[in-house]
Write a protein that binds this ligand. Structure first.
Ligand SMILES: O=P(O)(O)O[C@@H]1C[C@H](O)[C@@H](CO)O1
Ligand code: GUN
Length: 276
């Protein structure tokens, strides 16, 4: 058994002792989006540093705690803060929480992030339903010997972002009269934002939004047979579109502004996600 498999089982066993909640839906909350975890009822909050083998969050806007409880009638486990490749973690560490969620019983994952808008029709503050992703991290969390306990050697990625979940998200957005863009998320390593030339290239490659996360977690989730829905908060226009520098402050400010719509949309999806 790969050490990571054993470590994930140990982390899940520890969490199972700390909380009586048995989650079926996982939430990964991106920069500035951790506020959704405050909506979780009867919450058990476990700081990452208390969980065996868990990394710790180092980025502003990422609280660094696991929150288990009830949300819209479902039992959920939320990552209030995620790990990024650019923090210096290996992709096995970045995706370790997904493995632990699987061991906790999670079979559906909603992954969220703050991303730069590449598509010229997008504006800061838009929410984008992720149709698909392009992995430009030049790395993959499945490198090395495969762990058969987790999944197959060559996972299919045809429907990485579950078509039924995307249909559900569209319906919920329509019912809420919320504008929901759709597009392709391009995952880069960061931590630099892109150059204008890189954004022009990514647009030619078919990218609609660019970020520094999500891709590794989704690969690990699909490897483990977890169904995925992804939502990006377009926190800024990508480099070169506006004649102004990019900053994490802007990302956080936009996430703050998007908060009410984001929370309402994700709660609406959680309410019905087990029916699809
Ligand atoms: O965790 P996410 O992808 O939401 O965070 C994005 C990417 C970088 O970590 C940060 C840059 O401002 O926001
Ligand atoms: N790579 C990248 N990640 C982001 N996260 C929020 N905005 C951006 C951006 O413009 N580029």
């Amino acid at each position: 058994m790969k050490p990571m498999v054993q470590q994930a089982q140990e982390a899940a066993a520890y969490i199972g002792k700390r909380s009586g909640h048995r989650p079926v839906i996982g939430l990964v909350l991106g920069s500035g989006l951790g506020v959704l975890a405050e909506e979780i009822r009867h919450a058990d909050v476990i700081p990452y540093e208390e969980i065996p083998h868990f990394p710790v969050s180092t980025v502003q806007g990422h609280a660094g705690q696991l929150v288990l409880g009830e949300l819209e009638g479902q039992t959920v486990v939320a990552m209030q803060g995620r790990f990024h490749y650019y923090e210096g973690y290996g992709l096995d560490q970045v995706t370790f929480p997904i493995r632990v969620m699987k061991d906790l019983g999670v079979d559906r994952l909603i992954v969220t992030n703050a991303a730069g808008g590449i598509n010229l029709d997008f504006g800061a503050g838009d929410l984008m339903l992720i149709q698909d992703h392009i992995n430009l991290m030049f790395n993959n969390p499945l490198f090395g010997p495969n762990a058969p306990e987790w999944g197959v050697r060559f996972p299919d990625m045809s429907d990485a972002y579950d078509p039924s979940y995307r249909q559900l998200a569209r319906r919920v957005a329509e019912d809420q009269n919320v504008s929901l863009r759709e597009g392709v998320y391009v995952g880069l390593t960061g931590p630099t934002y892109e150059t204008p030339a890189e954004i022009r290239m990514l647009r030619k490659l078919g990218g609609d939004a660019v970020g520094m996360s999500t891709v590794p977690e989704v690969i690990a989730a699909r490897h483990a047979g977890i169904r995925v829905l992804g939502i990006s908060c377009i926190s800024n226009l990508a480099a070169g579109i506006l004649d102004q520098p990019l900053s994490h402050d802007e990302v956080m400010e936009t996430a703050e502004q998007v908060k009410p719509r984001f929370i309402r949309l994700v709660k609406g999806i959680i309410k019905d996600i087990r029916s699809v």
